[in-house]
Design a protein around this ligand. Structure first.
Ligand code: ADP
Length: 612
């Protein structure tokens, strides 16, 4: 019973969500259900009346009843067909809603929460299963059928009661006795109880079977999504695959997981089919029993021959209503196995409480940032990646962050951008803990080019302005500063040219050109703090030298933080901090650090050898 309640809790919550977004969807579906049920019962009533009149040779009245029957079917038929035509658009809308809810939530969650495997598993699972099994649209249809079944049972129950109550006017012996109301109720009740018992058992048994299959399936969807999206779907992978002959390894991996996924869906479909078959057997037994009861009533003269059609129809409706009721529950349970995780995902809380203080709007750009005893480890890893980091980022200063791979430089930036929160210690903006600020306002202070920056297969201007229709002049200025002006001018449609070929027949830009566009995006944002994480890694030495030469001008009047492996770039900075194993081990100007003969000197000399 608990399982049934939690299933309907999920279902009703989803229906409520649909209703809140579009208040016409549920009433229209409700109307269609009522119309289709009324059509059946009015049809049964009119058919019985027509037969009775024919039997009494009242042909004119019989013709009138036949015309009524025709008009009723015509009216309801047209109305239902019009409504169904409208449903198609509604189902598309519902399908879009599902995606909007899913993605809006995903973007609203903090980066740290979204990195948890169990969270991404919920998204992928509900998304894939919805695509295959209809999701919200299927849920709505099942609830319509459930209501249809209820109405069918309710309306036919009155006729079933009537036929059971009918007293035989002839017939003796066993037939006469069984046609008596008390025996009729007993026979009908036994058939009904048998059907309910059989169906309930089937529901429980097949439900448990589905849960077992479901439990054995976790993790496969994540693997497949990775393989399909980031391995098979990424054209860049083709190079590595060909050079290292990795086809076999990748295909084997894909096939293994695909096999598991197909087996999973196959098993689920088998169970569904078996459950349906079991229910059909149970309901057929009930139908046969109820037909016999009506036949008994007709033979003993308790009901007329015309009413025989009406009552067997009603019994049929009662039986199919019960069958539908059970079958719908089976399908709803199946839908809830993936819509449940979807709701759980919508209910996921951020790991950290978000502050709401607005960030002071300053035209002078005087935003002072500081790390105070900051230590940090990634969720799920015990090892500290940053240890007791203390530093002040000078207003409008140029700070270089250097250190070996894995020293913690990017993590330092991620914490500063509030993608993660310190495990201990705090980061402050003008003396206030950054956690207290409104997240969006705080992030608006930064223009960042991450090492793994991402451009999208949208037009150039959308990539630069993040979609908002910006001033064209400002875009060109950002492109000029990032040395990407000529590249964009030469594109077939300038700023309107699409990048890559994923969405449109766009242009393929080189790694260096892409990096310059990402730089232009950061500069366009006009943020008071510019962070460049290895901004010249994909550039050739000439382009790199040009960017350095321009660097001062680019970040003029802003605070800039610059992570680089190219030690020569540090010369352009006022202060350099050197990271080693998550700690700041040295800091100062290039001259001071070099003179000190520590880590910095060794790194500088090692590179100077190659660049000499
Ligand atoms: P750097 O930028 O100096 O090369 P990073 O800050 O990227 O170094 O990484 C510091 C350490 O943190 C490395 O040991 C890296 O493996 C680890 N690390 C980075 N990102 C994650 C993550 N998302 N989860 C767990 N560990 C991570």
């Amino acid at each position: 019973m608990g399982e049934l309640c939690s299933m309907h809790k999920i279902g009703f919550r989803l229906l409520k969500m649909i209703h809140q977004v579009d208040s016409t969807i549920l009433p229209l579906h409700l109307l269609e259900v009522c119309f289709s049920v009324v059509q059946i019962y009015v049809g049964l009533f009119l058919t019985a009346g027509m037969i009775d009149r024919l039997l009494r040779a009242e042909y004119v009245q019989a013709a009138e009843w036949a015309i009524c029957l025709l008009l009723v079917h015509l009216f309801f038929g047209v109305a239902i067909s019009l409504m169904k035509r409208k449903f198609r658009g509604m189902w598309t809308r519902i399908w879009q809603l599902f995606y909007v809810w899913l993605r809006e939530k995903a973007f609203s969650l903090d980066y740290e929460t979204m990195e948890k495997p169990e969270v991404s598993e919920k998204i992928l699972f509900s998304e894939r299963r919805s695509q295959m099994h209809g999701g919200l649209g299927a849920l709505l249809c099942q609830y319509c059928d459930l209501l249809r079944a209820f109405l069918q049972i309710l309306l036919s129950a009155a006729m079933v009661f009537h036929v059971c109550m009918a007293v035989p006017d002839h017939g003796e012996g066993i037939f006469g006795t069984l046609a008596q109301p008390c025996w009729s109720f007993l026979l009908f009740g036994t058939a009904l109880a048998g059907m309910a018992f059989g169906s309930w058992k089937a529901y429980k048994w097949f439900g448990a079977k589905m849960m077992d299959i479901f439990a054995a399936h976790t993790g496969v969807e994540n693997k497949l999504t990775y393989l399909q999206g980031q391995v098979l779907g990424d054209p860049k992978v083709g190079k590595v695959v060909r050079m290292y002959d990795m086809q076999g390894m990748i295909l084997k991996n894909v096939m293994e997981n695909m096999k598991k996924s197909i087996e999973f869906f196959g098993k689920m479909c088998d169970v569904e089919r078996e459950e349906e078959d079991a229910n059909k057997v149970v309901s057929s037994l009930f139908t046969v029993g109820s037909y016999l009861l009506v036949a008994l009533k007709a033979v003993t003269g308790a009901v007329t021959v015309g009413a025989f059609t009406q009552y067997t129809g009603a019994m049929n409706q009662f039986g199919s209503g019960c069958f539908m009721l059970i079958a719908c529950h089976g399908r709803l349970r199946e839908i809830c196995t993936y819509m449940g995780p979807f709701l759980e995902f919508l209910d996921t809380d951020n790991l950290h409480v978000k502050g709401s203080i607005p960030v002071e709007k300053r035209t002078d750009g005087e935003y002072e940032l500081a790390f105070e005893h900051v230590s940090f480890h990634y969720p799920g890893c015990e090892e500290l990646v940053l240890q007791d980091v203390n530093c002040q980022i000078r207003i409008k200063g140029k700070l270089a962050v250097v250190g070996r791979n894995g020293a913690g430089k990017t993590t330092f930036i991620k914490l500063l951008c509030r993608l993660y929160e310190p495990t201990s210690g705090r980061i402050t903006l003008n003396g206030i803990d950054i956690r207290k600020y409104d997240e969006e306002e705080y992030r608006s202070l930064f223009g960042v080019v991450f090492q793994d920056f991402k451009l999208f297969a949208f037009p150039v201007w959308q990539n630069i302005t993040a979609g908002s229709r910006g001033q064209e002049e400002k875009i060109w200025e950002a492109l000029r500063q990032a040395d990407a002006q000529k590249t964009v001018q030469e594109l077939p449609e300038g700023l309107a040219s699409y990048l890559y070929k994923d969405l449109e027949e766009g242009v393929a830009v080189s790694g260096g050109e892409a990096q310059k566009l990402a730089l232009a995006r950061a500069l366009y944002k006009d943020a008071p703090v510019v962070i460049l994480d290895e901004p010249t890694a994909a550039l050739d030495p000439k382009a790199e030298a040009e960017i350095y030469a321009r660097f001062h001008q680019m970040v003029e009047g802003r605070t800039s933080i610059y992570i680089s492996h190219r030690m020569s770039s540090c010369r352009f900075c006022d202060e350099i901090i050197v990271f080693d194993k998550g700690k700041i081990v040295e800091r100062g100007s290039h001259e001071n650090l070099y003179a000190a003969g520590g880590n910095y000197t060794r790194m500088w000399d090692a590179q100077a050898r190659y660049y000499a």
